[in-house]
Design a protein around this ligand. Structure first.
Ligand code: 6PG
Length: 246
């Protein structure tokens, strides 16, 4: 049986969790489109979102006014198996026929600093931002790593303290790879956030993010992730296994 308490949606399986997360995301998009001419969604990559993306693309949702951005991207070509764009394109963007003009990918094939600067420029232009403002996404989709990272903000990353920037290139030492990531101020500003976590290896980080003392440098996924009903967690039973019973 699923159990619901507070901002946690715990499901018996990843299939159920993806279904519930998709329904929640679509509802936030509908709300946004009822109030404004477009909806802006920022999505993450990795493995977990694939099922969610396929549920979204199969939903029959009316996508032409939805604009898709990325929470983070690996600095690789869009054809790379490592590319978050490639994952989303195959599971969501193409099957859902999301218009190319609505797809705002990070140009991972460019040098990291250039890719980050171009992405920030595209976000500023789309949201028509003043210099001191960050974009407000209608829905931000995040994951959590086994080390409690989120986006491409890994433990110890100094940019975790940044609250004014929009996106930046980071070098992830443990992965020996460059990435472009949205920065905390954007994650905090999101109208609604979903965080997906599945599998036993996420049980410890999920517990630490929710119940350990606030320390985003150690647990970056704590950014915009607790104490607010604007962030809803979608967990399978394994990822929730260290959460104390209500
Ligand atoms: C990425 C993601 C990253 C992801 C976590 C969880 O580019 O890898 O944006 O933040 O959400 O690493 O990834 P899994 O779903 O593969 O466990």
């Amino acid at each position: 049986m699923d159990s619901e308490y507070g901002p946690l949606r715990i499901s018996e399986s990843s299939e159920q969790s993806a279904n519930r997360c998709a329904a929640f995301v679509l509802e936030r998009l509908r709300e946004a489109l009822g109030k404004q001419s477009f909806a802006a969604m920022a999505i993450s990559g990795g493995h977990t979102p694939k099922l969610l993306f396929s549920k979204l693309s199969a939903s029959g949702f009316d996508w032409p006014r939805v604009h898709v951005f990325w929470v983070d991207e690996r600095c690789v070509p869009p054809t790379s198996e490592q590319s978050n764009f490639k994952l989303a394109n195959e599971a969501l963007l193409s099957p859902a026929n999301i218009p190319p003009s609505n797809i705002h990918r990070v140009q991972g094939e460019r040098p990291p600093a250039e890719a980050a600067a171009a992405y920030v420029a595209e976000i500023r232009k789309f949201f028509q931002l003043r210099d001191d403002c960050v974009p407000v996404f209608d829905i931000i989709h995040r994951g959590i790593g086994s080390d409690a990272h989120t986006a491409s903000l890994f433990p110890g990353e100094p940019l975790i303290r940044d609250r004014t920037g929009i996106a930046a290139a980071v070098y992830v030492e443990k992965l020996k790879s460059h990435r472009v990531t949205l920065l905390p101020g954007v994650l905090v500003a999101g109208r609604s956030t979903v965080i997906q976590a599945e599998g036993q290896d996420k049980a410890e980080p999920v517990y630490n993010v929710l119940y350990s003392p606030e320390d985003p440098l150690q647990y970056p996924c704590q950014i915009a992730a607790r104490g607010s009903d604007r962030t809803v967690w979608f967990l399978d039973r394994a990822a929730s296994s260290k959460i104390p019973p209500a």
